[in-house]
Design a protein around this ligand. Structure first.
Ligand code: FMN
Length: 200
């Protein structure tokens, strides 16, 4: 059955991780419930250019990763809309991924603040015991930030720091993004060939 996944993009560096993950899920025919914070929108443009602005994102994904992304569907929500379907425990999404995840959103999720739709949807995944994957990016990290990661992990989230590996001999930025997207897809239960499996 077609999977339904919430993707949240927040204002940490690494918008390319979000676009690669979105493209890989759409290619597999997933339905995406997408919510992008204000700084997530800014980072899409700052890091990937105006063509990746939120109102053009599907076209950007198709031109960057191929028309096969049109196999999936995507509903965009306002981060201010706490009445959206994904703000409720009765929603039926299989999982949520916050990629990349800012330290601010990490803190909001760690403390159950639900100040916006990203935080509320994450809170829903935790309270309903559904998979929540978080891809935080910051360096160095303060003690409160480290503690917030522990709080999220204790609440049931999977913490997947944006730390691409180098054993797959990456040649391009896309190779690094593929690695993180592959880790996310694997954690969501998809098979993939986004990076070569380590053969020992
Ligand atoms: C160019 C730029 C890069 C940023 N990179 C990071 C980052 O890597 N990690 C982080 O936690 N915050 C980063 N920030 C700061 C966040 O965007 C900021 O804290 C924002 O309030 C996060 O809000 P959000 O979680 O609602 O997106 C960056 C901001 C800018 C403008």
């Amino acid at each position: 059955m077609k999977k339904s996944i919430v993707i949240a993009i927040t204002g940490a560096s690494g918008a390319i991780y979000a676009t690669r993950t979105l493209a890989a899920l759409l290619e597999r025919g997933c339905h995406i419930e997408l919510v992008v914070s204000d700084y997530g929108r800014r980072l899409l443009r700052d890091e990937l250019g105006d063509a990746a602005a939120i109102d053009k994102l599907m076209d950007y994904l198709a031109s960057t990763y191929g028309d096969s992304v049109r196999a999936g569907t995507c509903t965009l929500h306002s981060n201010k809309d706490l009445g959206a379907k994904i703000a409720s425990g009765s929603q039926d999404c299989d999982a949520m991924v916050i990629v990349p995840c800012s330290m601010k959103t990490l803190a909001g999720v760690a403390h159950g603040l639900s100040r916006n739709l990203v935080e509320r949807a994450a809170d829903v995944m935790l309270k309903e015991r559904r998979p929540l994957l978080m891809v935080p990016r910051e360096t160095p990290m303060s003690l409160p930030q480290l503690r917030n990661m522990v709080l999220c992990a204790e609440a049931g989230a999977m913490l997947m720091p944006a730390m691409p590996a180098f054993y797959q001999m990456p040649k391009t930025l896309d190779d690094l993004a593929d690695f993180m997207a592959g880790k996310i897809l694997g954690a969501l239960g998809f098979t993939h060939e986004l990076y070569p499996a380590w053969k020992g």
